[in-house]
Design a protein around this ligand. Structure first.
Ligand SMILES: [Ca+2]
Length: 250
């Protein structure tokens, strides 16, 4: 019983701590704890409109993707956010582009291009004017799905686009004018978030300490209560026989 109580306290504090972190994102944005970024899906936009719309909220930009895990998260978020008749045609703009038309792909947030997930035969630069990128979650079967990127014309409107912003602070601000860009996509919790996490830890240890300090008193009180109960029963029996006297034996 005691161990289950401790587990319940730990579970509650963990849930509260996680919900506290999730609330770091503004309303309508989704937190991803692997990157500490908040993500939001826009609908029916081209590259420039999406970029401007992202920037209006929290100075966000189109998402940069740096791992299979993040790629999967982004595509799943798009699928969950946009109702579309055919999932294989639900595509979303991401922040990869070729602004110089030189074949050197860059992320709009200035982070280094250290991960790619091009589909078969892509980027193909069709008609020599595909300088922006969409991602698409293709379903090979009920149990198999793949995430593919495809270069497209920047003025082409797509069903979705994904914005992202760091919940805390980036390690270094990307220099929009530098070339090539070498900034890693790193996001650390802000000082305010760090302080919040520290407060939760302190509260947890105080509660745990109080629990452990009070535990002996609880056990002693429980034992005393049990002894008092037995004593009361004994005295009641004694009183019963004392008061009844001869009448009870009749
Ligand atoms: Ca293409």
């Amino acid at each position: 019983m005691i161990s289950s109580g401790i587990v319940n306290i730990l579970t509650s504090l963990t849930i509260l701590s996680h919900s506290s972190l999730a609330n770091l994102c503004a309303n309508g944005w989704t937190y991803f704890n692997s990157t500490l970024y908040c993500y939001k899906v826009l609908s029916n936009v081209n590259y420039n409109d999406a970029l401007n719309a992202c920037k209006l909220e929290h100075n966000a930009t189109l998402v940069s993707i740096h791992s299979d895990k993040e790629n999967e998260f982004v595509n799943d978020l798009v699928t969950r956010s946009i109702e579309w008749s055919s999932p294989n045609l639900l595509t979303a703009l991401i922040g990869l582009h070729d602004p110089d038309h030189s074949g050197q792909w860059q992320w709009t947030d200035g982070s280094i291009v250290d991960y790619k997930s091009w589909g078969p035969g892509q980027p193909n630069g069709q008609y020599g004017k595909e300088f922006c990128v969409e991602t698409i979650e293709t379903f090979q079967s009920e149990f198999e799905k793949r995430h593919h990127w495809n270069d497209i014309p920047c003025d082409l409107s797509r069903p979705a686009a994904v914005c992202a912003y760091c919940t805390g602070s980036c390690k270094s601000n990307p220099d929009e004018t530098s070339s090539p860009r070498t900034t890693a996509k790193t996001c650390t919790l802000s000082q305010q978030s760090d302080e919040s996490a520290k407060k939760w830890k302190i509260a947890f240890f105080i509660l745990l300490l109080l629990f452990l300090l009070l535990l002996p008193f609880v056990i002693i009180s429980a034992r005393k209560a049990r002894q008092t109960q037995w004593l009361s029963i004994d005295l009641s029996l004694l009183d019963f026989f004392t008061l009844c006297g001869e009448q009870c034996s009749e």
